[in-house]
Design a protein around this ligand. Structure first.
Ligand SMILES: [Zn+2]
Ligand SMILES: [Zn+2]
Length: 176
């Protein structure tokens, strides 16, 4: 969606706060003995985010009507504040965590939510930086910026991963 500047930047304030609060509450609930399991679950979900990011970009942002139009606009006006409102992305995270909460309790649900939200925050931060910053060559960010520029301007059927090249390699859509 077309967002105002406050709407665009609110993710970068709200997500760190929610992750920190939920992380503390979840670790207290898990207790000292289960803390390593909690951290392990969060890290697995952080890794899982990279696959979710790839699938959402490839199959949702490029194919679902209306969403595709907004994403096409981002491909052209790459610096204008088009994105997902914070309330909507937070709502989706809550919907994903709710069944885990009902089945396995708050500690497990908070670990899943924290891992996925950390991945999402990493993704929106990297995506912001590669469109607005000028990273030095060579660096992680420079490589991502160049690969994402190929996706934007050369071949929009390649390089769907924004934070990593891994899933593009796995599914044969990597283009250097
Ligand atoms: Zn982009
Ligand atoms: Zn795209």
């Amino acid at each position: 969606m077309q967002l105002g500047l406050i709407g665009y930047y609110s993710d970068f304030v709200v997500y760190p706060l929610v992750i920190a609060l939920l992380g503390v509450a979840g670790l207290i609930e898990a207790g000292e003995e289960s803390a390593p399991d909690w951290i392990g679950t969060a890290l697995v979900c952080l890794g899982l985010w990279t696959l979710i990011e790839y699938v959402l970009h490839r199959f949702v942002l490029h194919h679902i009507p209306w969403i595709k139009d907004l994403h096409d606009r981002h491909h052209v006006e790459e610096r204008s504040p088009v994105g997902t409102p914070t309330w909507l992305s937070l709502g989706v995270h809550a919907l994903v965590a709710l069944p885990v909460w009902l089945m396995s309790g708050f500690a497990a649900a908070s670990a899943v939510a924290c891992g996925l939200m950390l991945g999402y925050l990493w993704y929106i931060s990297v995506h912001h930086m590669i469109h607005h910053w000028h990273p030095s060559h060579p660096s992680y960010l420079y490589t991502l910026k160049r690969r994402h520029a190929v996706h934007h301007h050369v071949d929009d059927t390649a390089n769907f991963g924004v934070t990593s090249i891994f899933w593009d390699r796995v599914f044969g859509t990597a283009r250097l």
